[in-house]
Design a protein around this ligand. Structure first.
Ligand SMILES: [Zn+2]
Length: 631
């Protein structure tokens, strides 16, 4: 069914974060780069809640602390120093990064602020060694045009990126983080919540992405851009969705979130019609281990063998609702299970709406219902684990079930690759920001703003016109180039290599898109390498047909160079002398046929020679040599 998003009152706001490709990180002189090797340094820290100066503790942060998690940080000397390790105060703010944000901000018609004050934002999941993230507003109150509509832009900020999670150990009690990413400058751009449809959200994000790329100073590739979406419906809730990595996924994420909220509103109405009351959803947990004494269910069997418990809770009036689908492959039961997993250490929950299944028999379900005092109208949720974990899990289940009576709980969710979202944590409370006292404020002078204003990159519409005129690209291809990450690279390649503009444009757009779809990690090939590949096409060293093969080879052999690729792929071109010898050989081998066919032998001979040299010789040159020899 087609949803009228305006009618249902959908509102979306975007927050786009993109890594900047500056010389150094934001608060030290390390390069903004990641490492793949084994770490040279590791150190263990315990998570602790940071008191803000107002003496308040962020509830989300405090909860993460309560889990008693330790963090193992990994580092190497080339990508981090004592600043990332929180052993040395931060250095002054990287002004190159400030200039990039100013550039983007001016392109979005924002007003730069006079003085940059770095603030601390509480983050205690371990992704920052300090327990906070540093952030500062650079400009505010602007707008961009997307199609006919004016989208107000709230602010452009500069932030330090966080450490990246590389794994877990000791049943989740130790989280591993790599601090190479910590401190890489990020621009954060936020729109007002004035976007009214999933497609519009995507178009706005694309437009912002284009402006950021036009600065020529952003990183490219997966993981360098992250979108957060604030999605709200009047009868639903404001949901913050974090970490959408692909711009092309945004419309789907919004669509699914709307579906989820609408379905939860329906569930609320149904519960009301059934007369279910919050006080009927009690934290009464019943030990049902006895019911499963002989069970064939592997999960429960394993728990009972370890002398753990199976406990159940009755959700009065919930029968059938837990299997209600909210998003593809995601049900009300999944909501409950996500909550349980978050607030305890259990792997998941069982409920009678999906029974009998997983080795649980109909007889066991019957006995379970009886033990829990459940009727046909009720659902029973049960969990097998340690007594403590089971209690925590079932408490979370009851809490989430109570929230279902009110509709959609406001929360922070995280986006998955298929566009669905999962519970991440409760919405963080206010008072998360407080001043960073280690860094003095920096002034943005009007002279600096003017210098940047005079050197702003060409806006997208102007560039489109120019690409079509200057490079004779058709409109579709020119648009694709502008939308791609290679707008700047395209022009340099054409100018330096002399290869036809259309050939370069098709490769940078359609071919790369197809390669990406086939699983090629296109971001592994640097812009310099792409440039080199085309230079060698221009100089006749390889043919344009070989470009994709060379590119794919380089993506899989990161430490190697173009000459290695040419060698490994056997792409070395035939020299003219080699071709002449080959042509002579083929003619003498086919002497008889040549005599019989006369002039008509050309096609046959051409076929034989080209089979030998395809991709390694220019067909025109082969034809010419062949014609000469046949004479
Ligand atoms: Zn450093």
């Amino acid at each position: 069914m087609e949803i009228d998003y305006v009618k249902i009152g959908l509102k979306v706001g975007l927050e786009i974060h993109q890594q900047l490709n500056t010389q150094t990180k934001l608060f030290c002189s390390c390069p903004p780069a990641l490492f793949k090797e084994e770490p040279e340094i590791t150190f263990l820290r315990r998570l602790r809640p940071t008191q803000s100066e107002l003496g308040q503790v962020d509830p989300a942060a405090f909860f993460e602390f309560q889990k008693g998690v330790k963090v193992l940080y990994e580092a190497n000397r080339a990508t981090s120093c004592l600043v990332e390790m929180d052993e040395e105060p931060p250095h002054p703010l990287n002004m190159e990064a400030v200039e990039v944000v100013l550039t983007a901000a001016l392109m979005m018609n924002m007003q730069p602020i006079d003085e940059v004050h770095v603030m601390r934002k509480t983050v205690i999941d371990g992704s920052n060694t300090t327990g906070f993230q540093r952030t500062c507003i650079i400009a505010s109150d602007g707008w961009i045009k997307v199609g006919e509509k004016t989208i107000p832009m709230q602010a452009a900020s500069l932030e330090e990126d966080a450490a990246r999670k590389t794994g877990k150990e000791d049943a989740g009690k130790i989280i591993r983080y790599r601090i190479d990413r910590l401190g890489i400058p990020l621009i954060e751009v936020a729109t007002a919540p004035v976007i009214y449809s999933p497609m519009e959200a995507q178009e706005v994000a694309l437009a912002i992405g284009r402006i950021l790329r036009d600065t020529g100073k952003v990183m490219r590739g997966l993981g360098t851009i992250r979108q957060d979406l604030n999605v709200s419906l009047p009868n639903g809730a404001l949901i913050e969705i974090k970490g959408v990595q692909e711009l092309e996924l945004i419309s789907k994420v919004v669509e699914y979130e709307v579906q989820r909220q609408l379905a939860l509103i329906q569930v609320k109405e149904e519960l009301r019609n059934r007369g279910v009351k919050a006080d009927e959803l009690k934290e009464e947990f019943i030990d049902v281990s006895e019911v499963f004494r002989q069970t064939k269910c592997k999960v429960i069997r394993k728990a009972l063998d370890k002398k753990q418990k199976t406990m159940a809770v009755k959700l009065a009036g919930f029968a059938g609702l837990l299997k209600r689908e909210l998003m593809p492959d995601f049900r009300v039961g999944t909501e409950l299970s996500d909550r349980a997993k978050f607030w305890s250490r259990v792997g998941g929950i069982f409920h009678t709406d999906e029974m009998p299944a997983y080795g649980v028999t109909a007889e066991e379900v019957e006995a379970l219902r009886k033990a829990a005092g459940a009727s046909e109208e009720d659902t029973v949720v049960f969990v097998a684990d340690t007594a403590e974990n089971v209690q925590d899990a079932l408490k979370a289940v009851v809490e989430r079930a109570q929230e279902a009576l009110a509709g959609v709980p406001a929360e922070t969710r995280t986006a998955k690759e298929d566009g669905t979202t999962r519970y991440m944590r409760p919405r963080p409370g206010a008072a998360r920001m407080y001043p960073e006292t280690d860094i003095p404020p920096s002034t943005i002078t009007s002279a600096l703003v003017e210098k940047i204003r005079l050197n702003l990159p060409e806006p997208a519409e102007k560039k489109l016109e120019r690409l079509m005129k200057e490079y004779r690209l058709n409109e579709k291809l020119a648009k694709q180039i502008i939308d791609s990450e290679y707008g700047v690279l395209f022009e340099s390649i054409v100018k330096e290599s002399g290869v036809a503009a259309t050939t370069v444009a098709v490769f940078l757009t359609e071919t790369l898109k197809a390669l990406k779809r086939d699983g090629v990690q296109v971001e592994k090939v640097t812009e310099n390498q792409v440039m080199e590949i085309f230079r060698s096409v221009g100089s006749g060293e390889i043919t344009k047909e070989a470009v994709a093969d060379v590119f794919v080879w380089l993506s899989k052999n990161e430490a190697k160079n173009l000459q290695d690729a040419i060698g490994a792929l056997g792409l070395k071109m035939f020299s003219k002398a080699e071709l002449e010898t080959l042509v002579d050989q083929v003619i003498s081998a086919k002497r008889q046929s040549v005599d019989q066919l006369g002039k008509n032998a050309f096609g046959m001979l051409m076929g034989i020679v080209m089979k030998e040299v395809r991709g390694k010789a220019d067909p025109e040159l082969v034809g010419k040599l062949l014609r000469e020899r046949l004479k």
